[in-house]
Design a binder for this molecule. Structure first.
Ligand code: FES
Length: 267
């Protein structure tokens, strides 16, 4: 067979033959992820307006220590460092945050958007060497599978919050009555989106497939494996929808708590 030797020319940073607006997608990713990070950090340090009636913001759930009735072990613990402002969110947010940070899909997105590695397919990079994820520090991204386990546990807590959001305390009698508000639906939708995102995780497919590295072998749990595979095919959509929804849920509870939004009771 005839062969043609084509010299590989290294492109300068940003140089490309592409004629489409390849930079739009990384730019949008950069703006959305930056906005989310700024808002989530601000909300986590507020330590206020994270509950309303039976609603609890997902940024603060589960509330292990805190001032609201939802707190498991009461208010701020004595061992909390004096230099660090206290907030229940700071105890739990690292788990979902690191789950997303190490997600295979997000990695592909923010490597392009935040450090241009590469800025786009067939677009010149700023660096000359490629280390991949086999070396420190990016090799730490392999902890993703462990944070997936935490993410599944958090789904139980958030589902319990939806259950709690169905029971309203009568201020006069203290009795609990069944009810559904817009907030209940918002919290429930958030759990659905997070479930779609978590169960479509690549690591989840490995686990449900029965073999961590051998997809060709018979999956141990074939129906859940197929379900996870189906969710995985739209993992990027679940990633963005669930990100948007978790922020929206916090915003909704916060605005209700601040008296800016009135929570309509449907039932
Ligand atoms: Fe995205 Fe696991 S790969 S959540």
């Amino acid at each position: 067979m005839a062969q043609a030797i084509v010299p590989l020319t290294r492109r300068r940073f940003g140089e490309t033959l592409r004629r489409d607006a390849w930079w739009v997608q990384p730019l949008i990713v950069f703006v959305i992820l930056t906005s989310f990070l700024v808002y989530a950090t601000w909300a986590a340090f507020q330590n206020a307006h994270y509950t309303f009636g039976p609603y609890l913001s997902p940024f603060y759930s589960p509330e292990i220590f805190g001032d609201s009735p939802a707190a498991w072990f009461g208010p701020k613990p004595g061992w909390w460092p004096g230099w660090l402002p206290f907030s229940p969110a700071l105890i739990i947010l690292p788990f979902p945050a690191l789950f997303r940070f190490t997600c295979y899909y997000y990695r592909g997105s923010y490597y392009k958007a935040f450090w241009a590695d590469p800025p786009g397919c067939t677009v010149g990079e700023p660096r000359k060497s490629y280390l991949g994820e086999r070396y420190f520090p990016l090799v730490l991204q392999n902890i993703h599978r462990y944070f997936m386990v935490f993410a599944v546990i958090f789904l139980f807590f958030l589902s319990y919050d939806v259950w709690e959001a169905l029971w309203w305390t009568d201020p006069a009698t203290g009795a609990k009555t069944f009810g559904i508000g817009i907030g209940t639906l918002v919290l429930a939708t958030n759990v659905v989106c997070l479930t779609g995102y978590t169960f479509g995780c690549h690591s989840m497919r490995h686990i449900l497939g029965g073999f961590r590295d051998q997809f060709s072998k018979t999956p141990v749990f074939s129906a859940p494996y197929r379900c996870s595979t189906c969710l995985n095919s739209a993992h990027h959509r679940w990633a963005w929808v669930s990100l948007f929804m978790v922020a929206l849920t916090d915003v909704y509870v916060r605005l209700c708590s601040m008296g800016i939004v009135h929570d309509w009771r449907i039932l």
